[in-house]
Design a protein around this ligand. Structure first.
Ligand SMILES: *Cc1c(COP(=O)(O)O)cnc(C)c1O
Length: 386
């Protein structure tokens, strides 16, 4: 009997047009495997945007390296390449090119700088599955990339991640580390996640009855539902015992089914993005114009407003689905920044964005009617300028 994980990995790599794919329990675990395979460790520095999830920083610290933060440019929320060179030191080993919300980072500039300085590039595609740069999919440019299929991503396997290696040499190293060190998913986790995935279809989306959502939340509080982050990960920098885990068979099978619907999913996201653009422009709001050589597929549609925290509370009251990514330069807002080497003022553009950006939904269950309602809601607020 073939293992669904092998099939899932090869279908994923095939769809992307990448050489090798390796599935993991989470996206952050995929990053960890890549860093290890690149031999990045104590004394090394890894550059990433100061507008990211703390989950991206954890693996850097787990291998013993230091995270160096670069500010973003305000239109696409990606690394400001003009600031990049000044952050490179003799200790720099890699740059993480995060494609924020689905907007492709300036890969041309990043790859050129990295190659000139002899450092690696890792694409963070956790929010950019399907996004293109110069006509080619993100995740196929750098020697390595990683994806997440956590609950809120383009498609989900509950939790899940994928590491992409675009060279045989790096792939052999990832494979070796997995063979030596990777743990299987304990049956208890795998079973719980399977139940969650079934519940997911009823429970996660806003149209669902409030009762189901209440049950889901109550279960989460009781710790019966597998959340994506533990307090440990936001408050300490040591690697949890059960961190380096693979994907379960159930998740892989679920992923394979999601991949079959991926083209449709992407088309839907593009259509709703265009609708948000149009409706906002009609109301006189400034709309993000992605660089011409990019074709974004958004996980969520970001807008800047002057009353972010008030609007999030009001949205909850009114049953409007509104996201808060990112709440902090190292999302979420509970992150103790100083533990991760981030000091207030390091990335002012990112800090401003964290106070202003809310996200409008574009996932497969959002209808055009919901888009219109969301626009009615959000345009009661004032747009923040950039
Ligand atoms: C979701 C996300 C991650 C982490 O993914 P997990 O699968 O939860 O580990 C990392 N980086 C970014 C930008 C993300 O959006």
């Amino acid at each position: 009997m073939t293992d669904p994980r092998n099939k899932y990995e090869s279908v994923f790599a095939g769809w992307l047009g990448a050489k090798h794919a390796f599935s993991f329990w989470k996206g952050r675990v995929a990053l960890y495997a890549i860093l290890r395979a690149m031999g990045i460790g104590a004394g090394d520095e890894v550059i990433l945007p100061g507008y990211t999830c703390v989950m991206d920083v954890n693996p850097i610290m787990y291998v013993g390296a230091k995270a160096i933060y670069v500010d973003i440019e305000p239109e696409t929320f990606n690394i400001d390449v003009n600031l990049l060179e000044s952050k490179i030191t003799p200790q720099t080993r890699a740059i993480i090119a995060q494609h924020t919300y689905g907007y492709s980072a300036d890969l041309g500039a990043i790859l050129a700088i990295a190659s000139r300085r002899g450092i690696e590039v890792i694409e963070d595609c956790c929010l950019s599955l399907g996004s293109r740069y110069k006509g080619k999919l993100t995740g196929t440019f750098a020697p390595a990339a990683y994806f997440s299929t956590q609950w809120n991503k383009t498609y989900t396997t509950g939790l899940g991640g994928m590491a992409i290696c675009n060279t045989d040499e790096l792939a052999a190293k990832v494979r070796h580390i997995c063979n030596m060190e990777m743990k299987g998913v304990p049956l208890s986790n795998s079973a719980l996640l399977a139940i969650q995935l079934v519940l997911y279809n009823v429970a996660v989306y806003p149209q669902t009855t409030t009762t189901v959502r209440k049950i889901f939340r109550w279960l989460s509080k009781k710790g019966a539902v597998i959340g994506s982050s533990s307090m440990e990960e936001k408050e300490s920098t040591g690697m949890p015992e059960d961190f380096f885990m693979g994907l379960s068979r159930t998740q892989a099978s679920f992923g394979l089914r999601q991949l079959c619907r991926l083209e449709e999913n992407i088309k839907h996201r593009k259509k709703l993005t265009a609708l948000y653009d149009r409706l906002l422009a009609e109301r006189g709001w400034k709309v993000t114009r992605p660089p011409e050589n990019t074709e974004p597929v958004l996980v969520r549609y970001p807008v800047r407003i002057t009353n972010k925290w008030g609007s999030l509370e009001k949205a909850r009251e009114r049953g409007i689905e509104l996201g808060a990514w990112f709440e902090s330069p190292l999302h979420p807002k509970e992150t103790r920044l100083e533990l991760f080497g981030y000091r207030q003022g390091m990335c002012p553009v990112a800090e401003k964005a964290a106070q202003e950006v809310v996200n409008l939904p574009v996932h497969p269950r959002v209808s055009e009617r919901t888009v219109r309602q969301t626009i009615e809601f959000i345009t009661e607020y004032q747009q923040a300028s950039w």
